[in-house]
Design a protein around this ligand. Structure first.
Ligand SMILES: NC(=O)c1ccc[n+]([C@@H]2O[C@H](COP(=O)([O-])OP(=O)(O)OC[C@H]3O[C@@H](n4cnc5c(N)ncnc54)[C@H](OP(=O)(O)O)[C@@H]3O)[C@@H](O)[C@H]2O)c1
Length: 357
């Protein structure tokens, strides 16, 4: 099967995904038999273009680099909006990378509904639709016999959801807890060297780790969206935003950090989902951890997630939780997963695909 991909939202992640596909295309075909074309890209400001035989990604990427736009691409149909790109192109995989909105889930929910209703597979990094409408969208995918994958919604390309759902299949997970936001982890880490919250926030903004409006990170909303996804997808809950206790890091002072240090402790913003009294409880809040605690040793922009299980006790992964290529990669990982699931009927590995990494 040839995958015809439409990328919806051509910002950091959409471009990172396109770069990876452009650079690794031949190798992906040799190693995994993954045969694809990117046939369409749609973005409200950067432009939209559709060519049913496939776009020249090298040209597209150099256009966006040089002009910030893709609408001067020489071929194809221009200016289709995201919905028309999803419904009227020959794309059979929709890579949804539009901005997250944790209050409404839009425009992502609308994009994903349209794709699934049109029997197109969806891969996405957009947290809003998964956090707010997972059950509805998963049902829609099932009814339409297509896949809905979203590995990048929780700590980017670091395999959190695949780990919980697939690699740890057969295990009972009692609790998942972790550092789910790199911006706040960077701020708390840097405050340990004696800088105030305001100083470190400014530094994080200058380095591009924090947004000009940092509330989504520092008030815990971003971590909350990930906790909601873990609760509903991995732990089988049916929680809503209002079911999750949320405290950000804005109340943590330099004195708190120093006091913790003198006690051999360290503050981390911890997202937690646990089984409790027959239900699922979830929270996001700063916790004072012993410095010997594994999560206390995860510093800077890194993220980490510990699964507390019945058979393996604790399994922890550490890795990047954001980034152009890191998150672009999560879309590739979803695409390869779909490809491998569709290929499963021939379960042996084609020996000609055993090529060097
Ligand atoms: N960046 C990361 O490291 C990271 C990590 C994990 C998950 N994510 C998630 O991945 C998604 C993309 O992130 P990003 O960093 O690439 O954001 P971004 O740089 O802001 O890119 C999003 C792009 O989507 C465009 N867009 C807005 N409305 C759209 C619509 N209706 N249809 C099509 N495109 C639309 C935006 O255009 P305008 O700029 O004109 O609005 C922008 O170009 C977000 O949901 C984000 O939460 C990102």
């Amino acid at each position: 099967m040839k995958y015809k991909i439409a990328i919806i939202g051509f910002g950091t992640v959409g471009q990172g995904f396109a770069e990876i596909l452009e650079e690794k295309g031949i190798w992906l075909k040799e190693k995994y038999g993954l045969d694809f074309d990117v046939v369409a890209i749609s973005d409200p400001i950067k432009g939209s273009v559709y060519a049913e035989e496939g776009l020249d990604l090298k040209k597209i990427l150099s256009l966006i680099k040089e002009t910030g736009k893709i609408d001067s691409y020489s071929e194809g149909i221009k200016d289709w909006d995201s919905i028309r790109t999803i419904t009227d192109t020959n794309a059979n995989v929709i890579a949804e990378a539009s901005p997250t909105n944790i209050e409404t889930g839009e425009p992502g929910i609308m994009h994903i509904r349209s794709a699934l209703n049109n029997k197109k597979h969806v891969i996405t990094t957009n947290k809003g639709p998964v956090a707010l409408a997972y059950r509805e969208l998963a049902k829609l995918a099932y009814e339409n016999e297509v896949f809905f994958r979203f590995e990048g919604t929780v700590i980017s390309g670091t395999p959190a959801l695949n780990l919980g759902l697939e690699t740890l299949a057969g295990i009972k997970v009692q609790e998942i807890r972790g550092i789910l936001n790199g911006t706040t982890n960077y701020i708390l880490t840097e405050m340990e060297s004696g800088k105030t919250y305001e100083e470190v926030l400014r530094e994080a903004q200058r380095l591009g780790y924090a947004e000009a409006k940092p509330d989504a990170d520092v008030e815990g909303w971003d971590a909350l969206a990930k906790v909601l996804i873990l609760a509903n997808v991995v732990m089988g809950g049916n929680l809503r935003v209002q079911d999750i206790e949320r405290t950000g890091i804005t109340g943590i002072t330099l004195q708190d950090i120093q006091q913790a240090k003198s006690e051999n402790k360290r503050y981390k913003l911890i997202g937690k989902v646990r089984k409790e009294n027959g239900g699922i409880k979830a929270s996001v809040s700063p916790e004072k951890l012993n410095t010997g605690d594994f999560l206390a040793q995860v510093n800077g922009v890194l993220n980490a997630l510990t699964f507390v299980t019945d058979e393996l006790r604790e399994v922890t992964i550490v890795g990047p939780g954001a980034g152009r290529r890191e998150t672009g990669f999560s879309l590739l990982s979803d695409l390869l997963n779909i490809h491998q699931l569709l290929e499963k009927s021939s379960s042996t590995i084609d020996p000609s695909r055993i090529v060097t990494c």
